[in-house]
Design a protein around this ligand. Structure first.
Ligand code: ACM
Length: 545
């Protein structure tokens, strides 16, 4: 048992992700009280406001504006040329003494991470939304110098298979920001739902945003729930999500998945599909099955124009430099069975139907480039010529990352066998809809984003990594909590912290402390002992590999 504010061991601080450098002055502390002030310069004002809004509700402390350094939390954006050691674009230094806390960084992003670390150093009750404790609000005296290992620290949320209400997306943004992630990849469209309002093409959400029913468990069981599922984000919802994320130094990377996985768009506008192919029904509906389906856009110029319209609205809504176009799991059967598609393939002098995939990718890359944006696609896009600057998300293992980096392209690692958080967490048959192989907390923790096959200069193309939360079998925010936590905390450490310090035993000790914070926040993470009875899904059986 440790006395609050008195640290016997660094792991007692429970800092996740682990900072690069930390010194603790044993038994010394700074105590926040009603007289403690926030001393922020102009460039730090936004982070100071966030800190007040975050610490205020639980502590009940006013944290008024004032002047330090005594009895103050002082925030400073420093000039990189004058600081002794460069902290880098997202690094920070946090110095806590008995009289105050000093947060320094070269950017507001770095300062925000300093503020997140300060929050973790307080008692876990600070993570609540109302006071249940009168303190003491002690911060141990530490000096932390910290910076992330990678610039792309992401999480993908599949809001297409199961819609996640806006409120839950905002909560998820707070949770990933707390773990110092900085990219939220939103998978907005798929066969089973289109979740983004497009003004020019309203049927995408009028028709495409809901389905009749959903499978219960793995598709091979042929069970269905007989219950409609749907939802979408209005453009104002998206503006709110993007701004909320930006205030937490998170870029929202949107993905419109084409030319495969386009079933919801084809249900809304059947002429986008291969109407002359026997695999397209006369009255296509939003898919009610999971898997790789034959819902592939046709090869018409008018369909490309439709996509240009869609991406015009996407780039207007999302300031992200990278824009996702999918490009994964696109069967060519519907094109091979379509006389019109064959005609377009011949007119464009493409060697075969497969080349249509890369034709789409190239045209969309040109369109995005005209908007000053860069195409982001799944590693299937490496099967053809990569458009200039295209960034590749390597999901079928790490091969795509190796191929693309050797061809001089930037890559993001998200190999399915390690950081797909929809895969089961243990061999326990009670895991909710257990699919894939086991991807335990420790397995995620041992993830190394840089493939060993890359030379040092090739490794420079690794922007970072992201964990992917696919939601075929994750139908609510509660289920997201269970699948994402605590594995996402382990993932956060793989992209932030120094790989030389990787020690699962130490991580597990810090996680035990960190779980008190997740408890205070109301995160329904998976317990080390396994699923609680109500976290199992006997009604929705899985198909473990
Ligand atoms: C993917 O998992 N199909 C990218």
């Amino acid at each position: 048992m440790t006395t609050p504010g008195v640290i016997d061991d660094l792991s007692d601080l429970g800092l996740i992700p682990e900072p690069q450098e930390i010194d603790v002055a044993v038994r010394l502390r700074f105590t926040l009280t009603a007289t403690t002030v926030l001393d922020a310069d102009e460039r730090s004002a936004e982070v100071a406001a966030w800190l007040r809004g975050t610490l205020g509700p639980a502590t009940g402390l006013p944290l008024r504006d004032g002047h330090g350094p005594a009895d103050a939390i002082t925030l400073r954006v420093t000039d990189p040329t004058t600081s002794t050691a460069s902290l880098g674009p997202e690094g920070y230094r946090l110095t806590v003494t008995t009289t105050g806390a000093l947060l320094e960084a070269e950017t507001t992003a770095g300062l925000f991470y300093a503020a997140q670390t300060l929050r973790m150093l307080l008692p876990s009750a600070v993570f609540r939304r109302a006071p249940i404790s009168s303190g003491p609000w002690d911060v141990p005296a530490v000096t932390i110098t910290d910076r992330p290992r990678f610039g792309w620290r992401g999480a993908l949320l599949d809001v297409a298979r199961h819609f996640l209400p806006k409120q839950d997306v905002l909560r998820f943004i707070d949770l990933i920001a707390q773990h110092k992630l900085n990219v939220l990849h939103l998978h907005l469209t798929d066969d089973q739902g289109w979740r983004l309002e497009i003004r020019r093409h309203p049927r995408l959400t009028e028709v495409g945003s809901w389905r009749r029913e959903s499978p219960l468990g793995d598709r091979r069981h042929q069970r269905f729930d007989g219950r409609p599922h749907g939802g979408y984000y209005t453009q104002d919802d998206i503006r709110e999500i993007v701004a909320y994320a930006a205030a937490r130094h998170i870029t929202v990377v949107p993905e419109i998945d084409v030319p495969g996985h386009a079933g919801a768009a084809i249900a809304a506008y059947p002429h986008l599909g291969n109407t002359d192919s026997p695999s397209q029904p006369d009255q296509p509906e939003v898919a009610t099955r999971w898997g790789i389906l034959d819902n592939v856009l046709n090869a018409e110029e008018s369909t490309l124009q439709f996509l240009r319209d869609v991406f015009d609205e996407v780039v207007e809504l999302f300031p992200s430099k990278h824009i996702g176009v999918g490009g994964d799991e696109c069967p060519t059967g519907p094109w091979e069975a379509s006389p019109r598609a064959k005609q377009r393939i011949a007119e464009r002098e493409l060697p075969d139907a497969d080349a249509l995939r890369f034709w789409y990718v190239a045209r969309l890359a040109e369109h995005l480039a005209a908007h000053g944006r860069v195409l982001y696609g799944w590693d299937e896009i490496c099967d053809g010529e990569l458009p200039p600057d295209a960034v590749v998300a390597s999901w079928r293992g790490i091969t795509g990352a190796i191929t693309a980096a050797k061809r001089g392209h930037d890559v993001v690692l998200c190999p399915e066998d390690q950081v797909y958080l929809d895969w089961r967490q243990s061999d326990d048959p009670g895991e909710p809809t257990p699919i894939g192989k086991v991807s335990s907390l420790e397995h995620v923790y041992t993830f190394e984003p840089i493939p060993a096959a890359l030379s040092e200069s090739e490794a420079g193309h690794v922007l970072g990594a992201q964990c992917n939360i696919w939601t075929e079998h994750i139908d609510s925010a509660r289920a997201v909590d269970y699948m994402a936590f605590p594995r996402l905390t382990a993932f956060a450490e793989t992209v932030w912290s120094d790989s030389r310090d990787r020690d699962f035993g130490d991580f597990a000790r810090r996680l035990a402390v960190h779980e008190r914070r997740l408890d205070a926040l109301g995160v329904e993470y998976r317990r080390a002992s396994g699923p609680l009875p109500w976290q199992s899904r006997p009604d929705a059986p899985g198909w473990p590999r």
